[in-house]
Design a protein around this ligand. Sequence first.
Ligand code: 2HA
Ligand code: ZN
Length: 271
Amino acid sequence: MKILESDFAKGFINMANDGNNMGWHERNGGNLSYRISGEEIRSVKEDLSYGPWRDITVSVPGLAGEYFMVTGSGRYFRNILADPEKNTGIIQIDETGEKYRICWGLKESVPTSELPAHLLNHEVKKEITRGNCRVIYHAHTTNIIALTFVLPLEDAVFTHELWEMATECPVVFPDGVGVLPWMVPGGREIGLKTAEKMREYDLVIWAHHGMFAAGCDFDTTFGLMHTAEKSAGILVKVLSMTPRKRQTITDDDLRRLSKEFHVKLREEFLN
Ligand code: 2HA
Ligand code: ZN
């Protein structure tokens, strides 16, 4: 089968297009990666051709031999639907986890500048979900970014506010969200810090920059990003009207919700 006929490539392109339609991908902002299953990669092997090995700059032995579909460095999400072969591609990781090679697409390009963060996150998530987690998504979500200028940059504060501003939030991300202070993007350091947070959360906020989301498939991961960003948008609206909430979802309400919906909320984030 051709890559572009496969369900995984169609899902990838569809998700990138959805993210663009949300306004989260100005210019070349944001990036997406998908860990392709053995069955999926075998189904498209006629369409693969292998380039030279290149350094990843981080070591991800837990991903040895794995294939990923990734967005291209400097490429724009808005162009992915029209020309996936130029703006996205498939890479394979070598047996040491230190190098990658391009097997399809990424014409005149290389993988996203955030490849170290994506791969380090995939390595952690693959381990702790026993292979279930396949998608890592980075987006420049406007309202979350705005909140990083006014709320303390603490996991507990962001988690509580986001849970409180929309009833579905505690059900969608009962583990909460992690927050990192501003850091230089595109490198090893921010990748390592993000992966550390991904041990505890499926969502990590980069202050004054955006968010990283992890999930088992495209729908779950996009839905997670969307739900958190929507809740942040409600908080921005409320804070724009008044510094004080007149009424809210209380912590006891959150506890009742968690019981009804059989989710375990992180108790340390409740008062
Ligand atoms: O690709 O989003 O964080 C541009 C970025 C870097
Ligand atoms: Zn970014």
